[in-house]
Design a protein around this ligand. Structure first.
Ligand code: FAD
Length: 357
């Protein structure tokens, strides 16, 4: 006897019901609060702001996961997690969590997830967060969308995590339908920083690590501070001045650096300058470099390709200097100067130096 053909819409609905039944114990949105040497990375609070919206859409709690030694830094991180929107904090305090090591952090996080079953887990796409997210996702055998640029709750209540693909020419939206939790990482400065509410507090859930130093193969022998090394802090700078191929010669990068110095700004470059060895990779701005959200961004000799644009469009004010009036950067700059950057940059530097001295 021939079988009646299945209606695709009804079989999809049946599958959704099966998954909803399977995952009904998974609830709440979790954000990993990244602490390094007693300081919380600001991306954790940016994620808390985004997590708050997801939790409100789902009608569930927003929870912070705080892992660290028992000290003032951890205590402060717990307090601030509530200020930035957490309703609950899952806390694991242990001396083995003093310096980041993959094994104890993965164990603490995966044990917490297995015990309390969050439906969404967000981490910062920092070196630490990327390392942890990968091992947590593989240990739990769940899906992870790295470097997400947008997070939303879809109609079927799954997490829709959007990220660029094919060299930034397309955006793809990824859903983790068959596994829980749904994990995503987000780079610093991609999401806006929420306003803290210092009157907020919340519930604490304590967890013990149950690991010994002998269980961990990685040993921290010494911490060498790089405080003396001049480091780019583009992501969190208020003013950024950047140069592109329009500078023409590597020595002309000094014009960008001089203006940045006078303004107390950070300096950056477009990707070709890094590829040519004119500037270190940590100075690159854009999709595969730093995302910036300054109050003022001055772009000199930069065409405004999409891969550059996605890293700068969160700036409050973008001023572009370019000789080509048709340059793409003028499509999203707030102020455009059609002129030679090699003349305008020194003129601006002199004008600001006179004004600010
Ligand atoms: P060009 O595109 O060559 O533009 C130079 C501009 O300078 C032109 O608009 C020209 O009119 C202007 N100009 C020339 N002379 C002068 C002058 N004297 N004064 C003023 N203006 C002048 N790019 C990034 O920046 N960041 C990224 O993170 C990044 N990631 C990428 C990832 C992938 C996978 C790919 C494929 C590409 C990526 N790119 C990235 C490269 C990107 O596509 C562009 O090639 C790059 O941004 C172009 O750099 P530019 O604007 O400096 O150079």
């Amino acid at each position: 006897m021939a079988q009646a053909p299945q209606n695709p819409a009804s079989s999809r609905a049946a599958m959704q019901m099966q998954l909803a039944e399977k995952f009904k114990s998974y609830k709440h949105v979790w954000v990993f609060v990244e602490i390094e040497r007693g300081k919380v990375h600001p991306v954790s609070w940016e994620l808390m702001g985004e997590g708050r919206k997801l939790a409100d859409d789902l009608g569930v709690d927003l929870c912070g996961v705080v892992l660290g030694p028992r000290d003032e830094g951890t205590k402060q991180a717990i307090k601030e997690a509530y200020h930035y929107g957490a309703d609950v904090c899952y806390i694991c305090e242990d001396p083995l969590l003093a310096d980041y090591r993959n094994e104890p952090y993965t164990r603490a996080m995966t044990d917490l997830v297995n015990k309390y079953q969050p439906e969404i887990l967000l981490l910062g796409a920092t070196p630490l967060g990327r390392d942890l997210a990968g091992s947590v996702a593989t240990t739990l055998q769940t899906g992870l969308t790295a470097d997400s640029t947008e997070l939303k709750i879809a109609d079927d209540k799954s997490l829709a995590a959007t990220r660029p693909t094919f060299g930034g020419t397309l955006l793809c939206t990824i859903h983790t339908l068959n596994h829980r939790p749904q994990m995503a990482t987000v780079r610093p400065r991609v999401m806006a920083m929420p306003e803290p509410d210092t009157s907020r507090s919340g519930r604490m859930v304590w967890h013990s690590l149950r690991m010994k130093e002998d269980d961990i193969v990685t040993k921290v022998l010494e911490f060498v501070s790089d405080a003396q090394v001049e480091k780019a802090n583009l992501a969190y700078a208020d003013i950024v001045v950047a140069g592109g191929m329009g500078l023409q010669q590597p020595q002309n990068l000094a014009l960008v650096q001089r203006l940045a110095a006078v303004l107390g700004a950070e300096w950056g470059v477009s990707r070709p300058l890094v590829q040519k060895g004119w500037a270190p990779a940590e100075r690159q701005i854009g999709q595969t470099g730093n995302t910036i959200r300054p109050k003022l961004y001055i772009a000199a000799g930069i065409s405004g390709a999409i891969q550059h644009r996605v890293g700068v469009e969160g700036a409050d004010l973008i001023i572009a200097i370019n000789t080509d009036p048709e340059a793409k950067i003028f499509e999203f700059a707030h102020l455009g100067v059609v002129a030679d950057a090699l003349t305008v940059l020194p003129a601006l530097t002199d004008a600001f130096a006179r004004r600010l001295s």
